[in-house]
Design a protein around this ligand. Structure first.
Ligand code: HXC
Length: 254
């Protein structure tokens, strides 16, 4: 399907989604969010893409489009919410990685929070400047950021609206790595993940997501059932057989 504000490229076992609205630093408008959601629906059926990268060009995304929001009523603001699209990305059954250069602000930074893995280069700037617009992060930031970096630092970022550099983001645990070339490094990581057993990866991702949303006893029970179900896969046999035969496993996703 052709998209206007994003592009989708498939390469060597992974897919790369590029946010493409450079004239507005990739500010996320409604159509972009719809296209992003559509793109993930398209990728769900794609057996060849083992991991997905979201990236920008010079900048990741400078937030939701402020021009769109200027005259919103509360009802319109709620309808504009990114929650359905972001929930789909967060629950996507394969690893989703963000390669970040330049600004990842507001809804743009919140988009990185629904990804499983974040790699940035030294130009990256993270921040939630919504407070300076008379609002606060409304695309999951108040939930996902404290879970990731702790309440104290999340409050600092959300209340101050300040921007942090890649080094500080790494120190906070907001990103996994700083690389000379964020996209090149993210492609390497995505390809490494695409070589892992997809069913075990999907189940591990589900367990980690569930762990925060259900009580501890249920989470352990869920993990035990999911873990045991790996033993119904050929990839479990292959992984363990390969270990005993001292060779590299070849996983097939079955
Ligand atoms: C609309 C934006 C934009 C945005 C940048 N632009 N960010 N347009 N919405 N969020 C546009 C500018 O208007 C300008 O267009 C062009 O992109 C280049 O931006 P400049 O400001 O000229 O660049 P620079 O001086 O380098 O400053 C970069 C910047 C600044 C620091 C990132 O643009 C900025 O503060 N942007 C807003 C960041 C922000 O507040 N984000 C949070 C949004 S609220 P023209 O036409 O003038 O060239 C949000 C809510 C999420 O994200 C929840 C939703 C459910």
């Amino acid at each position: 399907m052709p998209y206007q504000y994003i592009s989708l490229e498939r390469c060597e076992g992974i897919a790369i989604i590029r946010l493409q609205r450079p004239e507005a630093l990739n500010a996320l408008n409604r159509q972009m969010i719809e296209e992003l959601e559509q793109c993930f629906m398209e990728l769900e059926a794609d057996k060849k893409a083992g991991a997905i990268i979201i990236t920008g060009e010079k900048h990741f995304a400078a937030g939701a489009d402020i021009n769109d929001m200027l005259e919103f009523s509360p009802e319109q603001a709620r309808a504009f919410s990114f929650r359905h699209c972001f929930a789909r990305i967060e629950a996507f059954p394969k690893p989703v990685l963000a390669a970040v250069s330049g600004f990842a602000l507001g809804g743009g930074m919140e988009l990185t929070l629904v990804c499983d893995w974040r790699i940035a280069d030294k130009t990256a700037r993270f921040g939630l400047p919504e407070i300076n617009l008379g609002i606060f992060p409304g695309a999951g930031g108040t939930l996902r950021l404290p879970r990731l970096i702790g309440t104290a630092r999340a409050k600092e970022m959300i209340f101050s609206g300040g921007t942090i550099k890649a080094e500080q983001a790494l120190e906070y645990g907001l990103i996994n790595q700083i690389a000379e070339d964020a996209l090149a490094e993210t492609i390497k990581t995505a390809q490494m993940l695409a070589g892992k057993p997809p069913i075990a990866l999907k189940l591990a991702k589900q367990c980690i997501s569930q762990a925060f949303d259900i009580d501890g006893v249920k989470a352990i029970e869920f993990e035990s059932i999911a873990w045991a179900s790996c033993f119904a896969t050929r990839d479990q046999r292959e992984g363990m057989q390969a270990f005993t035969e001292k060779r590299k496993p070849e996983f097939q996703g079955i």
